[in-house]
Design a protein around this ligand. Structure first.
Ligand code: PLP
Length: 349
């Protein structure tokens, strides 16, 4: 199979996650040809180019390439929050649910979790839950948001909502961190810009290896002093890499090509939703997708996953009654059409 072949060329349409994408030929070529050096000495020109490009895109002073989104989140907590304080975060956030307790263990913070509709805070909710630094209260030292919100189905903050939260958090004198693993999906879904996203937060991170399709890596961007601190924490966590220009080279291709094509993933998500809507009873509540994540609630999810698997479609279940499908660059319209046909058959039975 060619390195460029879409996933369904080997018989499977993989909709379990957008993390399953594989580097295409342009990325592999860029990796092979990358100019590299020792990045711990600050001497890898390709890493520098990626970090500078990412920072400029979001209107920030500096950037830091990390091996993963989880490590970006962790260095974000370590450089922005204060040990022994609270981080205000939505209850279904990745930070809280899927990072194996890293924030508590390494950053020494406790999460103040607040459930928000669709996983999205609003300014009033944030203001109501910030705790002052007034002994013996556990003070809030950081507010964290997720863009798009993974566990709540790829929902996104509009630029207006983001601006209102940004203003509230600034007024409280606190930093605001965005886990922007899928921020490019949010930019597309809300008609926003990367600059607008960056302006409202102190720092953010985004994943090169999800919608953008690179094999490895996430980038943390923010003010120079915060990124310097994050660089120190990355080192202590063992995440400082040497000739990581080979990773950055694929990341640069991903940054150049990826954002322009996520609209297609959103269209594909809509096709999956339409297929489900077409066969489910009218009163079966399912929400249209905001971006590239489709949830079908109120179904026998393991049975549907098994039925789809028999037809060469890989999907996931969030829980026993919620089916999850995620669109991405390695599934084209032919693959999605196969998936919609299979989904209709399995849901109808
Ligand atoms: C919202 C969000 N943040 C962070 C991450 C972590 O990324 P990684 O698994 O690459 O470390 C993910 C991964 O799915 C995610 O969905």
């Amino acid at each position: 199979m060619s390195v460029n072949a879409p996933r369904h060329a080997d018989g499977l349409v993989d909709l379990r996650s957008d993390t399953v994408t594989r580097p295409d030929a342009a990325m592999r070529r860029a990796m092979a040809e990358a100019d590299v050096g020792d990045d711990v000495y600050g001497e890898d020109p390709t890493v520098r180019r990626l970090e500078e490009t990412a920072a400029a895109l979001f209107g920030k002073e500096a950037g830091l390439l990390c091996p993963s989104g989880v490590q970006c989140n962790l260095v974000g907590l370590m450089s922005l929050a204060t040990r022994g304080t609270e981080v205000l975060v939505e209850a279904d956030a990745h930070l809280v649910n899927y990072e194996a307790g890293a924030g508590a263990m390494f950053a020494g913070v406790q999460f103040r979790t607040v459930q928000a509709p669709d996983g999205l805070f609003d300014a009033d909710l944030v203001a109501a839950h910030i705790r002052p630094d007034h002994f013996p209260l556990t003070a809030t030292s950081l507010v964290a948001i997720e863009q798009t919100h993974n566990r709540r189905g790829g929902t996104a903050y509009t630029p207006e909502a983001l601006a209102a939260i940004g203003a509230t958090v600034r007024e409280a004198g606190l930093p605001l961190y965005m886990d922007g693993a899928r921020v490019f999906n949010a930019v597309e879904a809300t008609g926003s810009t990367t600059e607008e996203q960056g302006r409202q937060v102190t720092a953010l991170s985004f994943c090169l290896s999800k919608a953008l399709g690179a094999p490895v890596g996430s980038v943390f961007v923010g003010p120079a002093d915060v990124v310097d601190a994050a660089r120190g924490w990355r080192r202590r966590l063992g995440g400082a890499m040497r000739q990581s220009g080979v990773i950055a080279a694929a990341g640069l291709v991903a940054l150049e090509q990826g954002p322009g094509r996520v609209a297609q993933d959103h269209e594909h998500a809509r096709m999956l939703y339409d297929a489900a809507r077409a066969v489910l009873p009218d009163d079966h509540p399912i929400a249209p997708p905001t971006s590239n994540i489709v949830y079908v609630d109120g179904v026998d999810a393991p049975a549907i996953v098994a039925g789809l698997r028999e037809r060469g479609i890989l999907a996931g279940s969030m829980d026993p009654t919620t089916l999850r499908m995620v669109t991405h660059r390695d599934v084209d319209t032919v693959g999605i059409t196969r998936a919609t046909d299979a989904l209709k058959t399995v849901l109808a039975s």
